[in-house]
Design a protein around this ligand. Structure first.
Ligand SMILES: Cc1cc2nc3c(=O)[nH]c(=O)nc-3n(C[C@H](O)[C@H](O)[C@H](O)COP(=O)(O)OP(=O)(O)OC[C@H]3O[C@@H](n4cnc5c(N)ncnc54)[C@H](O)[C@@H]3O)c2cc1C
Length: 387
């Protein structure tokens, strides 16, 4: 892939992460997922090399970069067949929110660990009765002396079992108006009243999704991230990185699939004289997939630049567009890759079929294709809302 818009440092980071990814690869990830285990060695190694916290401030053990760098890390690991889903939540969402809005104590407690991988955090916003409509979330925090008492339910939250804590999006009641304001709370994995049940997903991935119940979970005052008044701003600060990383995840997976298909199409010969890759019905859709992945990466780079420059509004539009474009490109790339391999596209040996389900996730999470189309219809084009 062309990397013309990247600095020498970015190119070096890309090459180094790609080399790490190749040392692990898809066989490693697949074997772990089948055994129900987690990619601990890869996570630890990436942490040791400074890749996990490449976006976090240097004074707290991070690399001092931003989403431009962290998205390179996830894309390259994905392109090597061993993506780390928790990069989307732990350093990107939670790390960014704490680095930008956390208290000094929270930064010291979390950022060095998130950077070197010795700590990790999951992120919980989705609720069973709210779904895409996060204005409807009902997880609520009330004061009890200096403590907070948090109650509610969450669903589809990734990696809660392997995270030291979950950053939970809840609401507090405004003392004056009675209206509910979003607030972010750090909930330790083993806090009394915080229970999790794994959801049986048809996904072959090491990271599991959980339904969470928060039953009067008592939290100390400093579990609240930053400021009660700035909850919405803090939430948005985490959502742009989430979408940029969603795009990186999709681009990495799409690249992995296209590379496998191209390798196969160059050698598989069923008609005299020419491999199947010589047939335009096979070659053109692969070329198309490559172009679409390249284009979505351009938009991801734009979003990352705006985000790293502190333009949250501009980054919002670009991050949504990048996430949309990358997900669509990934779904088409994976579909075409499987098709290119014919029957082998569905064998365990070639390992591409399970990517069909994995690629579909990128259309739904962290924000669905339709919610991005709604955003662009209303925010960018100024069209009226239907809901
Ligand atoms: C593998 C996986 C991992 C996840 N990890 C996390 C996580 O770590 N943390 C977390 O908080 N969440 C997580 N999620 C949840 C994810 O963010 C939600 O699934 C997603 O936001 C959609 O919500 P929903 O599933 O309730 O769908 P719904 O909101 O019920 O939507 C169902 C369908 O209706 C469409 N729809 C809804 N409203 C509209 C509308 N107004 N206009 C047009 N179409 C509409 C949607 O696009 C979708 O196609 C994860 C989900 C998956 C599948």
């Amino acid at each position: 892939m062309s990397t013309i818009l990247e600095t020498e440092e970015h190119k070096a980071l890309r090459a180094a992460v790609a080399a790490l990814g190749r040392r692990f690869g898809r066989d490693y990830s697949t074997a772990l997922a089948r055994r129900g285990e987690h990619p601990r060695e890869l996570w630890a190694e990436a942490g040791k090399l400074g890749y996990l916290g490449v976006n976090l401030p240097e004074e707290y053990g991070g690399g001092g970069g931003g989403m431009a760098e962290l998205s390179i890390v996830l894309e390259e690991l994905g392109a090597a067949g061993s993506p780390l889903l928790m990069l989307v939540v732990s350093p990107a969402i939670c790390g960014t929110v704490i680095a930008r809005f956390g208290t000094e104590e929270q930064k010291r407690a979390w950022l060095p660990g998130l950077s070197d991988g010795s700590l990790s955090m999951s992120f919980g916003i989705t609720e069973p009765d709210a779904g895409s409509n996060s204005h409807r979330i009902t997880t609520t925090a009330r004061r009890d002396g200096v403590d907070w008492i948090l109650s509610g339910r969450k669903v589809f939250i990734s990696g809660v079992d392997i995270s030291d804590a979950t950053l939970i999006v809840g609401r507090t009641e405004d003392a004056k108006s009675g209206s509910l304001k979003p607030c972010l709370f750090i909930v330790p994995r083993d806090a009394p009243g915080f229970t999790r049940t794994p959801i049986d997903m048809e996904l072959q991935a090491a990271e599991k999704q959980f339904e969470l119940v928060l039953d009067d979970v008592r939290l100390p005052a400093d579990a609240l991230v930053g400021d009660e008044e700035a909850g919405l701003l803090q939430l948005f600060a985490g959502l742009n990185p989430e979408r940029i990383m969603g795009a990186a995840f999709s681009i990495g997976m799409g690249r992995y699939a296209v590379e496998r298909a191209v390798e196969y199409a160059k050698t598989r010969t069923v008609w005299k004289g020419a491999p199947i890759g010589a047939h335009q019905a096979i070659a053109h859709p692969l070329a198309q997939a490559h172009i679409e992945l390249e284009l979505s990466r351009l938009m991801m780079q734009k979003a990352a630049k705006l985000c790293d420059d502190g333009d949250d509004i501009g980054a919002g539009e670009a991050a949504n567009m990048a996430k949309y474009a990358a997900a669509e490109a990934c779904v088409r790339a994976v579909d075409q890759a499987v098709h290119t391999l014919g029957g082998n596209g569905l064998t365990r040996e070639y390992g591409l079929a399970s990517l069909i389900t994995a690629a579909r996730v990128s259309r739904i999470a962290p924000v669905s294709r339709e919610m991005i189309l709604n955003y662009v219809s209303h925010q960018t084009l100024g069209l009226p809302k239907s809901y």
